[in-house]
Write a protein of this length. Structure first.
Length: 348
């Protein structure tokens, strides 16, 4: 029977802990599960809730910090110092696993020892809505080479994994080390890429592997996630991979050019959207353009640069009304039409 060590860091999320731990300990047949709840000096009653859960179930352990150490240090404490199962999971106290998530993930990992980690589809939900019903039947496995998966990440220059849906081979987790404290916002993205350097990547399709709680004030819906700060953090994650593993990556791919050109395009796209949506007061177009040029000095060669200049000539007061016509007329004359259409398909 495969064993899984589940680390649940908690800071002021005590009211979610019961449901979180229940999702790990119940409805995961054929898996030996152990749980560690680490309360990072929460000012509320989170520690008491965690202590009560541990007292009722011998599979649950509890650690309380007397001083707040931050999320990165808390993650690494659980994953590197405590986890000893075949596989490991890092699960935020406000998230949940779906029924059978660990069963499905460990089956794939058991079947292919070269797979470094497995992930699947997370259901994003809001606290004010009923919990959606998860798909748990008819799973389809996909296994990709780590290099192929990593190249996709460099081409897209953004993450495709949230976190609660990931199950990692524990010995590899300890081999690559813990989360990087210098990447507080993109440490998870960098971790998945780091693991992909070490082995294959498994994916569970046609099922849902976790519930990701979407808070109204969460980072992903604030300006933080849509301005240059997010782009800078992402670039740091990719740069860290190139610094650590650049000599191990495929020689036929210009990895740095791939990601830097795409980051520049995304920065220009955000600047264009500021004009389209009249958000000049909340988005710094100058900073976005400066970041784009730092990634790709030949900025004038990108279609996004020309579309931005067009918007600047038209102005933010008129552009929202002309935007549909400008897109249609301009993009059809550019060789980057397919790239921009891909953004539309993703709902960006």
């Amino acid at each position: 029977m495969p064993s899984v060590s589940v680390v649940i860091p908690c800071y002021k999320y005590g009211h979610f802990l019961e449901a979180c731990t229940r999702s790990v300990l119940e409805d995961q047949p054929g898996v030996d599960v152990r749980v560690l709840i680490i309360d990072d000096a929460s000012p509320d009653d989170s520690a008491n809730v965690a202590r009560s859960i541990a007292a009722r179930d011998s599979r649950v352990e509890f650690v309380a910090h007397t001083e707040n150490r931050g999320h990165i240090a808390t993650y690494n404490e659980g994953l590197l110092d405590w986890a000893d199962g075949d596989y490991s999971v890092l699960l935020s106290a406000d998230d949940l696993l779906t029924p059978g998530a660990l069963t499905r993930a460990t089956a794939l990992l058991d079947a292919d020892p070269d797979v470094a980690f497995v992930y699947g589809h997370p259901i994003h939900f809001r606290p004010d809505m009923p919990l959606p019903v998860a798909r748990t039947e008819g799973v389809r496995w996909s296994v990709w080479s780590g290099e192929w998966w990593l190249e996709r990440r460099f081409r897209e220059a953004k993450g495709c994994v949230t976190s609660p849906e990931v199950v990692v081979r524990t010995d590899l987790q300890k081999k690559v080390g813990g989360y990087d404290p210098e990447l507080p916002a993109t440490g998870d993205m960098e971790m998945w890429m780091r693991l992909a350097v070490q082995g294959k990547v498994g994916h569970l399709g046609n099922v849902d592997q976790a519930y990701y709680r979407f808070h109204p004030a969460s980072m992903s819906k604030t300006t933080y996630a849509k301005n240059v700060v997010d782009l800078v953090h992402r670039k740091r994650a990719y740069d860290r991979i190139l610094t650590r593993y650049g000599d191990q990556l495929g020689g036929d791919v210009a990895w740095s050019d791939l990601v830097n050109k795409e980051l520049a395009r995304q920065a220009l796209w955000e600047a264009c959207r500021a004009y389209d949506r009249r958000r000049m007061d909340s988005v710094s177009v100058e900073e976005l353009e400066s970041f784009a040029r730092s990634c790709w000095p030949d900025l004038e060669s990108l279609v996004g640069y020309r579309t931005l200049r067009l918007r600047q000539r038209i102005g933010p007061n008129v552009m929202p009304y002309l935007q549909p016509f400008v897109w249609s007329a301009f993009l059809r004359r550019t060789q980057d039409w397919r790239w921009w259409k891909s953004w539309e398909r993703q709902g960006v």
